[in-house]
Design a protein around this ligand. Structure first.
Ligand SMILES: [Zn+2]
Length: 70
């Protein structure tokens, strides 16, 4: 679903916060975990945003679920 929300610039931060809260309220635990996941290619290990597996960096896909990390 796509939509356009127009608000006064002074209300932009609050509108964004409300949209994020509405999304989090309907998202599954896996979706919330994936949204919070940041892949740092300079870290020793990364956590797959799709399946939650933790593994050493330097691979092009998750060794557990096959998610493409490039
Ligand atoms: Zn994975």
């Amino acid at each position: 679903m796509q939509y356009l929300l127009a608000v006064a610039s002074a209300d932009g931060s609050r509108a964004n916060q409300l949209l994020e809260e509405a999304w989090a309220a309907q998202a599954s635990a896996a979706e919330r975990r994936a949204a919070a996941c940041v892949i740092d290619s300079n870290a020793a290990e990364i956590t797959c945003p799709a399946c939650g597996a933790t593994f050493a960096t330097g691979v092009s896909e998750c060794p557990d679920c096959g998610l493409n990390l490039r």
